[in-house]
Design a protein around this ligand. Structure first.
Ligand SMILES: [Zn+2]
Ligand SMILES: [Zn+2]
Length: 75
């Protein structure tokens, strides 16, 4: 039901939804992901451009948040 609606009314359905989301969420145009803050969107964008702000000095793995890197290093 919902899928059919989205497919047959794609542009009409999406545009007001995006405007609505802009009020409370920040919107990723790459994969339709929404995040609550500009900082979260910035972190999320590293998924797409492949350049992570925090890197493990041992295995060079990248992380979007320093806490994630800390967890990784402590294991
Ligand atoms: Zn995205
Ligand atoms: Zn590592």
């Amino acid at each position: 039901m919902l899928v059919n609606y989205v497919q047959s009314h794609n542009s009409e359905f999406k545009f007001p939804k995006m405007r609505e989301l802009k009020i409370n969420f920040f919107f990723c145009f790459n994969n339709d992901k929404t995040v609550p803050t500009p900082g979260d969107l910035k972190s999320h964008m590293y998924v797409h451009n492949g350049s992570w702000p925090f890197k493990c000095s041992i295995c060079n793995r990248g992380f979007s948040k320093q806490t994630n890197l800390r967890n990784h290093v402590s294991y």
